[in-house]
Design a protein around this ligand. Structure first.
Ligand code: EPZ
Length: 429
């Protein structure tokens, strides 16, 4: 199994290109099931999760071609995928595939909308919490589907097709909103989704669906209206930049000090996180090419932050912020409100000498002047990268084990960081 070796202590200076957003690319690829024409997606990140979803869609009969690089393309440019679901040969998503990636459960929505049937394995729990799918099931039932659970599978049928409905989410859910949105595009009549998630990835998917002929308004607000259409067609769409990757590198720079241009980043996608970084003492300057982040001289100031749905501080940056606060001058408090068990990084950060006390959903971090390198274990995607951030300032050597979690969501992490002066390398085997 590959590992990452880091020797801490170098400041980061240079440019980091920001990749396309994983959490937009995945639902966009799934949206390809809604049409028998080709959907072309540009700026798709080269990630293990994307490759896994290609296999899952392939199982349904979707043909996916990855276009090669064109002359003049930058080495970091995302890939272009041609997704063709002209012939859906199988409406079952088996346990072996769905259990490897939760988002693959979302195929239930386009399969049901277009094929009027789907049999999809329940995804099960994961490292960050129980993560139920009750709200997704509720949304599909509102749209007229009949759902039963048998042998660990959700079996969904809508013999006469889906029908527009009012869907009110009791809790803000990104997955629920994606599923409701995709299913409603081909339903008969109007669907109104209230208490919808406002995440930029929802807006990106809605934009793409509209280019495919859907009639969606209000994406990015808490009320989304979808006028169902009979058919969707192919289109070409560019995946928006990854706000979590952007925030992760911004926090890495705040941690090490230095000056880095996050090329292609869009500040409005993570304003709450950028505000926290400024409060912590970093200089954040939006410019034509993205966002410049710097920290010179002065230390890191402690902050108090609660995670919240967009536009609040994202849960996907909680672990990274905690790593940053381990060296702050004072005590910080971080409250996780989205997932009940997203503190797997706490015990690993402690291996660097970090002082963190957990009380329910709030972590108190007492900043310490120095972290020391250690062997650590990656647990989930964002927790893993928080260990990398800590390793970048820790004295001596850090070895991050089980890095397949990192490969799920960070493209060429070690290359991007070493190009900015970090001592970081992947050790194969
Ligand atoms: C998406 O997960 C992201 N994944 C997550 O990113 C992200 O952390 C999360 O949204 C929150 O922003 C993708 O986009 C692929 P939710 P999702 O439905 O959609 C509860 C990463 O690291 N809930 O918004 O699964 C749920 O348990 C990943 O890239 C129900 O109770 O999140 C949670 O407490 C991790 N019932 C809350 O809602 C349901 O039916 C929010 O979940 C569905 C969700």
């Amino acid at each position: 199994m590959d590992r990452i070796r880091i020797v801490g202590g170098s400041k980061l200076n240079g440019t980091i290109p920001i990749s396309g957003a994983k959490n937009a690319a995945l639902p966009l690829m799934i949206a390809g099931l809604l049409t028998d024409e080709t959907l072309i997606l540009d700026n798709v990140p080269r990630l293990a999760d994307v490759a896994q979803l290609q296999r899952i869609l392939g199982n349904h009969g979707v043909d996916i071609m990855s276009a090669g690089k064109r002359p003049g393309d930058h080495e970091y440019q995302g890939q272009t995928l041609h997704i063709s679901a002209a012939n859906i040969i199988d409406t079952t998503a088996p346990y072996e595939l769905v259990s490897k990636m939760r988002a693959s459960f979302w195929v239930i929505a386009p399969l049901l909308a277009r094929m009027h049937e789907a049999k999809v394995s329940l995804p099960g729990g994961c490292a960050i919490g129980t993560r139920p799918v009750d709200l997704l099931i509720m949304a599909l039932e509102k749209l007229g589907a009949e759902l039963t659970i048998d042998g660990g599978y959700v079996i969904a049928k809508a013999p006469g097709g889906l029908k527009g409905a009012e869907i009110d989410f009791a809790k803000v859910t990104v997955s629920g909103t994606h599923v409701a949105l995709m299913a409603a595009t081909l339903a008969k009549g109007t669907t109104v989704i209230t208490n919808a998630a406002c995440e930029p990835e929802i807006v990106d998917v809605a934009d793409c669906l509209n280019k495919m002929g859907a009639r969606i308004t209000g994406a990015g607000t808490t009320t989304i209206t979808v006028e169902g259409v009979a058919k969707l067609h192919g289109t070409r769409h560019t995946v928006l930049p990854d706000r979590i990757e952007t925030g992760t590198y911004a926090m890495a720079v705040a941690m090490t000090g230095g000056d880095v241009q996050l090329s292609g980043a869009r500040p409005e996608l993570l304003q709450a996180a950028l505000d926290v970084l400024v409060e912590a003492g970093a200089t954040v300057t939006p410019n034509n090419d993205g966002i410049r982040v710097a920290r010179n001289g002065a230390g890191i100031k402690p902050v108090n932050v609660s995670t919240a749905p967009f536009p609040g501080f994202p849960t996907d940056l909680q672990a990274q912020l905690m790593a940053l606060m381990t060296t702050a001058k004072g005590s910080s408090h971080i409250t996780e409100t989205i997932f009940e068990n997203r503190f797997m990084h706490v015990q690993e950060l402690a291996r660097f000498g970090a002082r963190i006390h957990l009380d329910g959903e709030t972590a108190t971090i007492d900043g310490t002047a120095k972290l020391r390198g250690a062997p650590v274990m990656a647990t989930d995607l964002r927790a893993s990268v928080s260990l990398v951030i800590a390793g970048l300032v820790a004295e001596g050597e850090t070895m991050v084990n089980r890095i397949y979690h990192l490969d799920r969501g960070f493209e060429r992490l070690e290359e991007k960081l070493s190009a900015c002066g970090a001592t970081i390398e992947r050790i194969s085997g």
